[in-house]
Design a protein around this ligand. Structure first.
Ligand SMILES: Nc1nc2c(c(=O)[nH]1)N[C@H]1C(S)=C(S)[C@@H](COP(=O)(O)O)O[C@H]1N2
Ligand SMILES: [Mo]
Length: 322
């Protein structure tokens, strides 16, 4: 296997923005949620309770360049992040999702955490908002070879898992999205084994980069991006970052994700971004960064190799993907 150099560990502060938000981030209020669901005009944006040290998050056209990831690449515009979405519960049309998800009810909402844990617990979404939210500016690399830079607001999944205490038998974490065909037209029309399921190995789930995201650009997550809470695993292809989570289960065996059930040769369990392992139907060597012209080279582990490659010393390089 080709070993990735881990000599230069990226200090945490390079990928964690210095902007921190108060417990229960005041942004996540019912009124802000309503605004997020009613379309966005800058005059309507509810200010967050604690003003970020870098000033109000930039969501206006053209202002986003002031926000960058740790590689210096500008955050993708709020408009693109919220209007170009993969969310098959609504539609396969990326530009149709935002409108179709507009009225999707995300409150009340509960997340059940169960399985091989000492303290199973069902969290109300408001309880989850008590986990101190921080801003993480991550690259998102879709398996279809487009990418974005997204300023999430959220908390490391590890914090939640520590509260429920996985037992020694727990090897994997299984995530389940909401099943709500009445409000999700794709669940009626698309022939997939709903609900959307995903999984991580326990050490991947406990990694500090693995985020439970509740917000975007300092505001609550809009429905099309997975409100009220979704996973973000930035070194894996985007389909691992499951939206609208209602259940998290600690299990012994590797779970079968929706995409493994649908196309095991195309969308495997590991799905680590790897420019050297092509998708059976297209190259993964380069990608199209939304908002840019031309293509850019895809990075090993989507640019997070220094942080995560040690998790995979036992895995064959090809398995990074499959
Ligand atoms: N429940 C659910 N989660 C999902 C998906 C989906 O169709 N349903 N699509 C995935 C894919 S393929 C990608 S690339 C990302 C896109 O996230 P974004 O729309 O917030 O950019 O969400 C992932 N999470
Ligand atoms: Mo995707």
């Amino acid at each position: 296997m080709k070993k990735i150099k881990t000599s230069e560990i990226t200090p945490e502060h390079l990928y964690i923005s210095r902007r921190r938000f108060l417990k229960g981030a005041g942004a996540l209020t019912a009124s802000a949620l309503v605004l997020a669901a009613c379309g966005r005009q800058s005059s309507q944006v509810t200010p967050i309770s604690e003003t970020p040290t870098t000033g109000e998050p930039n969501k206006g056209e053209g202002d986003e360049a002031s926000l960058t990831d740790e590689l210096g690449d500008p955050a993708t515009s709020y408009k693109a992040i919220t209007n170009y979405n993969d969310y098959y519960e609504f539609s396969t049309g990326k530009e149709a999702v935002a409108r179709m998800a507009e009225d999707f009810p995300t409150s009340p909402w509960k997340v059940e955490v169960s399985g091989l844990v000492n303290h199973p617990q069902t969290f109300d979404i408001d309880d989850l908002r008590q986990f101190e939210a921080e801003e993480r500016i991550y690259r998102l690399r879709c398996v279809e070879a487009w990418s974005m830079v997204i300023p999430w607001l959220g908390f490391p999944l590890a914090r939640l898992l520590k509260e429920v205490e996985p037992t020694s038998k727990a090897n994997y974490v299984k995530f389940q999205s909401v099943y709500d065909p009445e409000n999700m037209p794709g669940q009626q029309t698309l022939p997939y084994p709903w609900p959307y399921l995903e999984g991580l190995r326990l050490d991947e789930a406990m990694h500090d980069l693995t985020l439970m995201a509740t917000g975007l650009y300092g505001d609550p997550l809009p429905p099309q991006n997975g409100a009220p809470v979704r996973l973000v695993v930035p070194w894996k292809y985007g389909f691992k970052s499951i939206k609208a989570i209602v259940k998290i289960e600690l299990v012994e065996e590797m779970p079968t994700s929706l995409w493994m059930a649908v196309g095991p040769n195309e969308y495997g369990f590991w799905a680590n971004v790897n420019p050297e392992v092509d998708h059976p139907r297209w190259s993964q060597a380069t990608e199209r960064r939304i908002g840019e012209s031309g293509r850019r080279e895809t990075l090993y582990f989507n640019g997070y190799a220094d942080e995560v490659s040690d998790l995979y010393t036992d895995l064959d390089a090809r398995k990074w993907y499959y």
